[in-house]
Write a protein that binds this ligand. Structure first.
Ligand code: GLU
Length: 595
């Protein structure tokens, strides 16, 4: 049964589809609130479903699936629309990781940005000190060579069913005819000081007196429409070579405060990669996720693996909230897992795995020993990395740095193919550089600041940091696109993932635990209140935990405060009867559509 919301969206947004080819009516949707918390019902579908962070993007994927496209086709259409309508989070100027299941095999496509050839380990150091974080972000220094488009082209060449060109129609149509600015885009624009410093962005997203575009304003993006038209016709070469690439280089190299060193050769030489996915048994399930350069899967499965070896709790969930007993175990396991993450995980083409094999970090014996370190009292900031395997170099731990932004897409098609794709320009609005591709038209796309995911300091106390900046290297990520399977039958169980910087790891781990252990559906699982720690303070989602729980965590020695924890989880679960049930994060604007 098609859920009500999906029906009404389709009715509102689209003229009847007479044949293949999109024809949007002037989109007149009132977008959902983008901040705060809006309860969502979850969405049921019989055979296919798509979940994305913005209703217009979800709708593009839905139309592709309905027209007979498969999961990869839909992912291309969704990403192009996200570039337009959720420019703060992801786009063709950024990078992504894509997990794909074709009914038999799982593949992991790496479209992570790379550091230009001319960088050194000192990229973010000035006078021997790391640059202030935001000064590095809003600059030409932070821009990595974008990878999303090449990655999608590679995956589409291998699996696509509909023509590449057609998948751009929704985004081009919306860019030419205009879309309604959402609450979340408006709020993001209002809250950002740095984007206004970029002349093109100031002219496009703000009024002359600096006011951000109002919610509901119809925004056209002619520059992006022109760029997407070329990419649709000529493929990704229209982005990685010629005028668009020349403009990218020009924007980065002419940054008025801190220019970067990206070159045309860096851009034309970009290659997306296929990596060996990591698939980890987890009781009745097998969880497949992205290997390094993402730290996501390894850290999630370390946390969950340690939890499985903790004493069983009578009530992990009390009155719809995780209990203090469960939170303590989860937070302590997180401290230990983040200590390993900070020491070991980086681009595998540049650093060796402990013992030569990343999966040693997930060995049950190793996690059993780590789990024994969890006591009644919090270990606070004292978690040290373990020793999952020998290394020939010894690394220093990387201090934590802030990360925000990003978008997640989950899709299951009618043939049983599935994708989980997390896609990012890193911070909200990335490097705050809007590029018009040399079109001289209003608008464009935003360049990422992914290189600030590297450690700013190349070494600590004379020892190198694994995730230091090096030419051609991909920065360590937390993105965790995840596909779950039934261990016995190999059938798909779920596709999920989230934005949220390093907290992606907690959001995804807790959602998995809620689905497997507490019998919650995808929507209930991802809506549960969040709790995170990167090894120091504990942050609880503001206003969602009872005072007794906060007090009880404090009594165990956690330093606890509350804050907004704006995940953007999307999840689709296949139920035992073969139908689908999807959830979209109540903390953002996402919806699920399907049939
Ligand atoms: N750049 C981050 C990463 O790759 C994601 C940022 C975010 O989700 O906020 O891990």
């Amino acid at each position: 049964m098609l859920p009500k919301r999906a029906l009404s969206l389709t009715g509102l947004l689209l003229a009847p589809m007479v044949s293949w080819g999109f024809s949007y009516e002037t989109p007149s949707i009132t977008p959902e609130v983008g901040s705060g918390f809006e309860e969502k019902p979850g969405w049921a579908a019989d055979s296919f479903a798509v979940a994305a962070a913005n209703p217009l993007a979800t709708d593009a994927g839905y139309q592709v699936l309905k027209a007979g496209g498969n999961a990869i086709d839909a992912a291309v259409a969704v990403q192009m629309v996200l570039t337009l309508v959720e420019p703060q989070s992801s786009g063709i100027g950024g990078g992504a990781f894509l997990m794909h299941f074709d009914g038999a095999d799982v593949q992991a496509y790496d479209g992570r940005e790379t550091a230009p050839a001319a960088v050194t380990g000192e990229l973010f150091m000035e006078d021997g000190e790391p640059l202030p974080f935001m000064e590095a972000v809003a600059s030409g220094l932070s821009v990595g060579v974008p990878g999303t488009l090449r990655m999608l082209e590679q995956a589409h060449a291998e699996h696509g069913q509909l023509a590449w060109q057609e998948l751009f129609t929704p985004a081009i149509t919306l860019a030419e005819e205009g879309f309604a600015v959402s609450q979340r885009l408006h709020t993001s624009l209002a809250n950002d000081e740095d984007l206004r410093e970029n002349d093109l962005a100031q002219a496009f997203y703000y009024s002359a007196d600096g006011e951000p575009l109002e919610v509901g304003t119809t925004l056209k993006n002619p520059a992006l429409a022109a760029i997407l038209r070329r990419i649709a016709e000529e493929g990704s070469a229209a982005f990685y070579e010629g005028e668009v690439a020349e403009d990218l280089v020009e924007q980065v190299q002419s940054h008025p405060v801190r220019p970067g060193k990206i070159s045309l050769d860096d851009i034309s030489g970009y290659q997306s990669l296929e990596r060996e996915p990591l698939c980890t048994p987890w009781q009745q399930w097998e969880v497949c996720g992205f290997p390094p350069p993402s730290s996501g899967h390894l850290t999630i499965m370390q946390i969950l693996g340690m939890l499985d070896q903790q004493p069983l709790l009578e009530a992990p969930l009390e009155n719809g909230v995780t209990s203090s007993g469960w939170l303590h175990q989860f937070l302590e396991a997180s401290r230990l897992a983040f200590a390993d993450r900070g020491r070991y995980i980086a681009d595998p083409d540049f650093v060796e795995a402990p013992g030569g094999d990343w999966s040693l970090m997930l060995a049950p014996d190793y996690l059993g020993k780590r789990s024994e370190l969890i006591g009644e009292e919090s270990m606070g900031e004292s978690a040290e990395p373990g020793n999952p395997g020998e290394l020939t170099v010894s690394f220093a731990s990387q201090p934590e740095q802030p990360e925000y932004g990003t978008s997640h897409i989950s899709i299951v098609d009618a043939d049983g193919n599935a994708i989980a794709m997390t896609t990012t320009i890193e911070q909200a609005f990335g490097s705050r550089i809007l590029a018009d591709g040399g079109t001289d038209l209003p608008g464009g796309y935003l360049l990422n600041n992914e290189l600030t995911d590297f450690s700013f300091a190349p070494e600590v106390d004379g020892q190198p940091v694994a995730n230091r900046v090096e030419p051609g290297k991909r920065p360590r990520s937390s993105m965790s696109p995840t596909l779950v399977f039934d261990q016995e039958t190999g059938a798909l169980v779920a596709s999920l993932g989230s934005p949220g910087g390093a907290a992606i790891i907690h959001y995804t781990a807790r959602t998995l635990a809620a689905m497997r252990d507490w019998g919650l559906n995808a929507q209930e699982a991802l809506s549960l209140p969040h709790a995170i720690t990167l090894g120091g303070d504990v942050y609880l989602e503001e206003g969602r935990f009872p005072e007794e729980i906060i007090e009880s965590l404090r009594e165990r020695g956690h330093s606890v405060s509350e804050r907004e924890l704006t995940s953007g989880l999307q999840a689709i679960r296949r139920l035992e009867d073969g139908t689908l049930f999807g959830g979209a994060d109540p903390r953002r604007e996402g919806v699920v559509m399907g049939e």
